[in-house]
Design a protein. Structure first.
Length: 596
């Protein structure tokens, strides 16, 4: 790119001003249109959204809550007609259900949920597959699309791979250990080279309640995972979420889920070969020899970066031949050495410490307790690994590390260089010989995030980065077809910074390296998810999650006084409507590639 060679930014657009208000903002010359809102119908028979009379059955035919990962699967190679796949990570009952919050003895109190409300929550989880089409420059939802589908916390799924069928996965409802209902807390994800939809199960611990029987064999396993945490009320109505009644159920969650979107009746598969942990996402790339490499973050303070390399090779001419590639391969965990080298250590039963003596009788045990296995291998404890994105243009891999305020000075290492890391950082990996399937490589810190104007923060944005351009808490990211990095954030908290989350364009090449520019920002209380570009780079999809959340002054729809009495009913701005998480579609006015 000519500009990059001259040392300038590879991105051409006028920055948005950082700040905070009730709505979203995109760079001048672009449109940012609402495409899909929580409650929007996805089928011809879907009921209109009525927030005062919502039902589980209606929700199961409508777009779910808290859109997070957004993927685009072209139909016939088109950048103007395809399937949008969207994860619905979690639910915010105080923002969803009118009247759920009441004043009790002067304190705002969240009342217990009814069974019907829990069922609505379960139907608002999971994912959406929906056909979309660009007509006269504007994207539309195809409500009668033949592939349209909702996946929820009740959808029947198959467990496959090394842990499937193991005794530790068997329950009263499933003596085979291979059938499970639903997927939950699907954060980021991916689309495979063969066009399937990946949903990553992340913070599953919050859905389980009850108490394990004393000395239960899963006690250490669940303790390492934070199970049961019980922040949801599902265990009150469903025994399978109560570990005192179904102690093995949590071993059936925490996986990568693969969905064949071309068959709306296909059974999603939980691919256990990719490990069991708080999976952030699974972005992939085909290595030179045809094996497929998936990069996997475990989003917890002091947890690990993983990758999975398939045994088989990708066949671009035979979609069916790729459909079980995710059942066989090698899972690796990363060790980031102080000298800038990187080792990918295999998590293979019988190798190194992963033996019967240490409690691993088979590969199933290695999978079920992936974190424990990685502990024994001495993997590098990271500052919350989130989205990890391979870049096929420059051959590098980008690792988002959100933050870790619990890291103490004596726990600092080269790959996690700041104590009390409030703003996170981004690591750039170069695999050995440019081979994504390599078992070693090198790495460097691309960027330490935070406000560069505050010296103690230790941010390392380039001096060309403006006061609007810096960010903290990198979470999701995308690489466009020109190989340019885009980063979205979780937690540019207004009470700290007077600014919101958003989407930033981050230079990685030449003299402009580590320059960042603000392209889009979200309404008050929201978090920025997505982002995703169509193959022609003319459309960016972003997901605005939990607008209006986080305040402590709630009305029936969770209206907040979050920041200087600011609240929002985005995107409808209708007092009869709650605020709604929504997918926003960004296009250039008059057409053309974004930021070129
Ligand atoms: Fe759901 Fe790691 O963010
Ligand atoms: Ca995330
Ligand atoms: Ca991504
Ligand atoms: Ca997030």
């Amino acid at each position: 790119d000519a500009r990059a060679q001259e040392g300038g930014s590879a991105f051409s657009f006028t920055e948005v001003e950082a700040g905070i208000d009730e709505t979203h903002h995109v760079a001048e010359g672009y449109d940012a249109d609402i495409l899909l809102r929580w409650g929007d119908g996805l089928f011809p028979d879907a009921p209109e959204f009525d927030p005062t009379a919502q039902t589980p059955a209606a929700q199961a035919r409508q777009f779910g809550y808290n859109n997070d990962y957004v993927g685009y699967i072209p139909l016939e190679g088109s950048s103007e007609h395809g399937l949008l796949v969207v994860n619905h990570e979690y639910t915010n009952p105080h923002l969803m259900f009118p009247g759920l919050v009441t004043l009790v003895e002067g304190a705002l109190t969240l009342n217990p949920l009814s069974k019907e409300q829990v069922d609505i929550e379960m139907a608002a989880h999971g994912g959406t597959v929906v056909e979309i089409r660009k007509v006269d420059g504007k994207w539309q939802v195809v409500r009668d699309g033949q592939y349209n589908r909702r996946i929820t916390a009740d959808t029947e799924m198959e467990l496959t791979g090394p842990a499937a069928g193991h005794d530790r996965l068997k329950t009263n409802a499933d003596a085979t250990g291979t059938k499970v209902f639903g997927t939950i807390n699907n954060c980021a994800g991916g689309v495979t080279p063969w066009g399937t939809y990946i949903m990553a199960e992340e913070n599953i611990h919050g859905y389980f309640g009850g108490e394990l029987p004393a000395d239960h064999r899963e006690a250490a396993n669940y303790d390492r995972f934070g199970i049961p945490e019980g922040s949801y009320e599902w265990a009150s109505f469903y025994d399978r979420f109560d570990v005192s009644k179904e102690p093995n159920e949590p071993n059936r969650f925490g996986y990568i889920v693969e969905v064949d979107v071309m068959d709306p009746n296909s059974m999603p598969k939980k691919r256990t070969a990719l490990g069991r942990f708080k999976h952030e996402g699974a972005e992939s790339i085909v290595a030179a020899d045809g094996r497929v490499v998936f990069y996997l973050g475990d989003d917890e303070r002091f947890d690990y970066v993983y990758k999975f390399v398939t045994s088989g090779t990708y066949n671009p001419d035979d979609r069916a031949a790729n459909m079980d590639l995710l059942d066989e391969g090698t899972l690796y965990v990363a060790k980031f050495a102080e000298d800038g080298s990187l080792q990918w250590m295999p998590l293979v039963h019988g190798e190194g410490p992963l033996t019967e003596d240490n409690g691993f009788a088979s590969q199933a045990d290695v999978i079920i307790e992936t974190r424990h296995a990685a502990d024994l291998l001495g993997a590098t404890k990271m500052d919350r690994p989130e989205d990890i994105q391979p870049n096929g243009v420059n051959g590098k891999v980008y690792v988002m590390l959100t933050n870790n305020t619990r890291r103490e000075a004596d726990q600092v290492d080269a790959a996690n260089p700041r104590a009390e890391n409030a703003f996170g950082h981004i690591i750039e990996i170069a695999e050995a010989d440019g081979d994504f399937a390599a078992t070693s490589g090198t790495w460097e810190v691309l960027l330490q995030c935070g406000d560069p104007a505050i010296a103690e923060v230790g941010a390392t944005f380039s001096s060309a980065t403006t006061e609007n351009g810096w960010f903290g808490m990198p979470d999701n990211c995308a690489v466009d077809s020109l190989g340019r990095l885009w980063v979205s954030t979780d937690g540019n908290n207004p009470s700290d910074t007077g600014r919101t989350d958003g989407l930033w364009a981050v230079d990685t090449e030449g003299a402009a390296r580590a320059t960042s520019k603000l392209f889009f920002r979200v309404p008050v209380g929201a978090e920025m998810c997505g982002p995703l570009f169509t193959p022609d780079d003319e459309t960016a999809f972003v997901a605005v999650q939990h607008p209006a959340d986080g305040g402590d002054d709630w009305d029936g729809f969770g209206r907040v006084s979050y920041y200087e009495d600011l609240s929002t009913r985005w995107p409808d701005f209708d007092d009869a409507m709650p605020t709604r998480p929504s997918v926003v579609v960004i296009t250039r006015q008059g057409g053309g590639k974004i930021a070129v």
